[in-house]
Design a protein around this ligand. Structure first.
Ligand code: ADP
Length: 173
Protein backbone atom coordinates (compact mmCIF):
# COMPACT_ATOMS: atom_id res chain seq x y z
CA UNK A 1 0.00 0.00 0.00
CA UNK A 2 1.37 3.43 -0.89
CA UNK A 3 1.53 6.26 1.60
CA UNK A 4 -1.49 8.01 0.05
CA UNK A 5 -3.55 4.79 0.11
CA UNK A 6 -2.86 4.55 3.83
CA UNK A 7 -4.84 7.76 4.41
CA UNK A 8 -7.66 6.96 2.03
CA UNK A 9 -11.22 7.03 3.26
CA UNK A 10 -12.66 3.76 2.00
CA UNK A 11 -16.25 2.56 2.40
CA UNK A 12 -18.36 -0.41 1.35
CA UNK A 13 -21.89 0.05 0.02
CA UNK A 14 -23.38 -3.45 0.36
CA UNK A 15 -26.74 -4.58 -0.96
CA UNK A 16 -28.80 -7.03 -2.92
CA UNK A 17 -29.19 -4.58 -5.82
CA UNK A 18 -31.70 -6.90 -7.55
CA UNK A 19 -31.65 -4.70 -9.61
CA UNK A 20 -29.78 -1.41 -9.00
CA UNK A 21 -32.20 1.56 -8.92
CA UNK A 22 -31.92 5.35 -9.08
CA UNK A 23 -32.38 5.26 -5.29
CA UNK A 24 -29.20 3.20 -4.97
CA UNK A 25 -27.52 5.52 -7.47
CA UNK A 26 -28.35 8.57 -5.38
CA UNK A 27 -26.87 6.98 -2.26
CA UNK A 28 -23.74 6.06 -4.25
CA UNK A 29 -23.31 9.65 -5.44
CA UNK A 30 -23.50 10.94 -1.89
CA UNK A 31 -20.93 8.35 -0.78
CA UNK A 32 -18.61 9.37 -3.62
CA UNK A 33 -18.74 12.98 -2.44
CA UNK A 34 -17.47 11.93 0.99
CA UNK A 35 -15.11 9.02 0.34
CA UNK A 36 -11.97 8.43 -1.74
CA UNK A 37 -13.07 4.94 -2.73
CA UNK A 38 -16.47 3.21 -2.64
CA UNK A 39 -16.82 -0.55 -2.94
CA UNK A 40 -20.29 -1.35 -4.32
CA UNK A 41 -20.62 -4.94 -3.22
CA UNK A 42 -23.35 -7.41 -4.11
CA UNK A 43 -24.23 -9.76 -1.29
CA UNK A 44 -23.90 -13.34 -2.49
CA UNK A 45 -26.57 -15.68 -1.08
CA UNK A 46 -28.38 -12.76 0.52
CA UNK A 47 -31.67 -13.50 -1.24
CA UNK A 48 -33.30 -16.87 -1.55
CA UNK A 49 -34.75 -16.29 -5.00
CA UNK A 50 -33.03 -13.39 -6.74
CA UNK A 51 -34.21 -12.55 -10.25
CA UNK A 52 -30.78 -11.37 -11.42
CA UNK A 53 -27.85 -13.67 -10.68
CA UNK A 54 -24.95 -12.23 -8.71
CA UNK A 55 -22.87 -12.26 -11.92
CA UNK A 56 -25.58 -10.30 -13.76
CA UNK A 57 -25.85 -7.76 -10.96
CA UNK A 58 -22.09 -7.23 -10.75
CA UNK A 59 -21.88 -6.90 -14.56
CA UNK A 60 -24.77 -4.43 -14.68
CA UNK A 61 -23.35 -2.20 -11.96
CA UNK A 62 -19.90 -2.33 -13.60
CA UNK A 63 -21.49 -1.35 -16.93
CA UNK A 64 -23.15 1.68 -15.28
CA UNK A 65 -19.87 2.67 -13.61
CA UNK A 66 -18.06 2.44 -16.99
CA UNK A 67 -20.72 4.35 -18.94
CA UNK A 68 -20.85 7.12 -16.33
CA UNK A 69 -17.04 7.18 -16.01
CA UNK A 70 -17.42 6.96 -12.28
CA UNK A 71 -14.02 7.28 -10.68
CA UNK A 72 -13.27 5.79 -7.29
CA UNK A 73 -15.81 2.94 -7.53
CA UNK A 74 -14.90 -0.74 -7.22
CA UNK A 75 -17.69 -3.22 -8.01
CA UNK A 76 -17.53 -6.58 -6.30
CA UNK A 77 -19.33 -9.29 -4.39
CA UNK A 78 -18.99 -10.85 -0.99
CA UNK A 79 -20.03 -13.84 1.11
CA UNK A 80 -20.22 -14.19 4.85
CA UNK A 81 -19.94 -11.49 7.46
CA UNK A 82 -20.05 -7.96 6.13
CA UNK A 83 -17.60 -6.64 8.75
CA UNK A 84 -15.02 -9.26 7.73
CA UNK A 85 -15.38 -8.22 4.11
CA UNK A 86 -15.16 -4.52 5.04
CA UNK A 87 -11.86 -5.17 6.84
CA UNK A 88 -10.55 -7.34 3.99
CA UNK A 89 -10.76 -4.43 1.54
CA UNK A 90 -9.21 -1.98 4.02
CA UNK A 91 -12.42 -0.03 4.60
CA UNK A 92 -13.61 1.48 7.89
CA UNK A 93 -17.12 2.54 6.90
CA UNK A 94 -20.33 0.93 5.68
CA UNK A 95 -22.85 2.90 3.63
CA UNK A 96 -26.61 2.32 3.81
CA UNK A 97 -29.67 4.17 2.58
CA UNK A 98 -32.77 4.89 4.67
CA UNK A 99 -36.19 5.18 3.10
CA UNK A 100 -38.73 4.93 5.88
CA UNK A 101 -39.26 3.75 9.42
CA UNK A 102 -39.28 0.18 8.12
CA UNK A 103 -35.66 0.56 6.90
CA UNK A 104 -34.76 2.23 10.18
CA UNK A 105 -35.90 -0.66 12.38
CA UNK A 106 -33.95 -3.15 10.30
CA UNK A 107 -30.86 -0.96 10.05
CA UNK A 108 -30.96 -0.20 13.78
CA UNK A 109 -30.77 -3.92 14.55
CA UNK A 110 -28.02 -4.65 12.00
CA UNK A 111 -26.05 -1.65 13.26
CA UNK A 112 -26.11 -2.95 16.82
CA UNK A 113 -24.87 -6.37 15.70
CA UNK A 114 -22.15 -4.94 13.48
CA UNK A 115 -20.93 -2.63 16.25
CA UNK A 116 -20.79 -5.57 18.60
CA UNK A 117 -18.69 -7.52 16.09
CA UNK A 118 -16.58 -4.59 14.92
CA UNK A 119 -16.62 -1.44 17.10
CA UNK A 120 -13.99 0.10 14.82
CA UNK A 121 -16.30 0.10 11.79
CA UNK A 122 -18.92 2.85 11.49
CA UNK A 123 -22.01 2.95 9.31
CA UNK A 124 -22.98 6.12 7.46
CA UNK A 125 -26.64 6.52 6.43
CA UNK A 126 -28.04 8.65 3.66
CA UNK A 127 -31.72 9.51 3.64
CA UNK A 128 -33.53 8.66 0.42
CA UNK A 129 -34.67 11.61 -1.65
CA UNK A 130 -38.40 12.11 -1.07
CA UNK A 131 -39.12 11.12 -4.68
CA UNK A 132 -37.22 7.85 -4.12
CA UNK A 133 -38.80 6.97 -0.82
CA UNK A 134 -41.29 4.67 -2.55
CA UNK A 135 -38.67 3.03 -4.76
CA UNK A 136 -37.51 -0.53 -4.22
CA UNK A 137 -35.89 -3.26 -6.34
CA UNK A 138 -38.96 -5.44 -5.76
CA UNK A 139 -41.18 -2.69 -7.18
CA UNK A 140 -38.99 -2.52 -10.29
CA UNK A 141 -39.16 -6.30 -10.68
CA UNK A 142 -42.93 -6.24 -10.39
CA UNK A 143 -43.46 -3.39 -12.86
CA UNK A 144 -40.93 -4.83 -15.32
CA UNK A 145 -42.30 -8.36 -15.36
CA UNK A 146 -45.77 -6.98 -16.03
CA UNK A 147 -44.54 -4.87 -18.94
CA UNK A 148 -44.81 -1.44 -17.26
CA UNK A 149 -42.30 1.37 -17.85
CA UNK A 150 -39.35 1.58 -15.48
CA UNK A 151 -37.99 4.72 -17.13
CA UNK A 152 -36.59 7.11 -14.54
CA UNK A 153 -36.62 4.43 -11.86
CA UNK A 154 -33.35 2.73 -12.84
CA UNK A 155 -30.12 4.31 -14.14
CA UNK A 156 -30.49 5.09 -17.86
CA UNK A 157 -27.51 2.91 -18.80
CA UNK A 158 -29.26 -0.13 -17.30
CA UNK A 159 -32.82 0.46 -18.47
CA UNK A 160 -32.74 -1.65 -21.66
CA UNK A 161 -30.84 -4.51 -20.02
CA UNK A 162 -33.30 -4.66 -17.11
CA UNK A 163 -36.39 -4.36 -19.35
CA UNK A 164 -35.23 -7.19 -21.64
CA UNK A 165 -34.27 -9.39 -18.73
CA UNK A 166 -37.55 -8.88 -16.82
CA UNK A 167 -39.61 -9.63 -19.94
CA UNK A 168 -38.23 -13.18 -19.75
CA UNK A 169 -39.24 -13.48 -16.11
CA UNK A 170 -42.53 -15.13 -15.11
CA UNK A 171 -44.73 -12.46 -13.49
CA UNK A 172 -45.11 -14.21 -10.13
CA UNK A 173 -42.18 -12.58 -8.31
P1 ADP B 1 -30.48 -5.12 1.11
O1 ADP B 1 -31.07 -6.47 0.80
O2 ADP B 1 -29.09 -5.21 1.66
O3 ADP B 1 -31.36 -4.19 1.88
P2 ADP B 1 -31.05 -3.46 -1.20
O4 ADP B 1 -30.49 -3.61 -2.57
O5 ADP B 1 -32.52 -3.61 -1.04
O6 ADP B 1 -30.23 -4.50 -0.34
O7 ADP B 1 -30.64 -2.05 -0.60
C1 ADP B 1 -29.30 -1.69 -0.40
C2 ADP B 1 -29.25 -0.39 0.42
O8 ADP B 1 -29.80 0.67 -0.35
C3 ADP B 1 -30.08 -0.43 1.70
O9 ADP B 1 -29.40 0.34 2.68
C4 ADP B 1 -31.38 0.21 1.33
O10 ADP B 1 -32.02 0.79 2.44
C5 ADP B 1 -30.87 1.27 0.35
N1 ADP B 1 -31.92 1.66 -0.59
C6 ADP B 1 -32.72 0.85 -1.30
N2 ADP B 1 -33.58 1.57 -2.06
C7 ADP B 1 -33.30 2.87 -1.81
C8 ADP B 1 -33.86 4.12 -2.26
N3 ADP B 1 -34.90 4.17 -3.08
N4 ADP B 1 -33.31 5.27 -1.79
C9 ADP B 1 -32.28 5.23 -0.92
N5 ADP B 1 -31.72 4.10 -0.43
C10 ADP B 1 -32.22 2.94 -0.88
Amino acid sequence: MSESEGNMRICVYPGSFDPFTVGHHDVLEHALAMFDCVYVSVLNNGMKHPVFSVDERVEMIQHMVDVEHMQKVVVGRFDGLLVDYVRSVGASYIIRGLRATMDFEYEFQINALNRHLAPDIDTVYFMARPEHSFLSSSGIREIGTMGGSIKGLVPESLEDIIVERLKKQPSDC
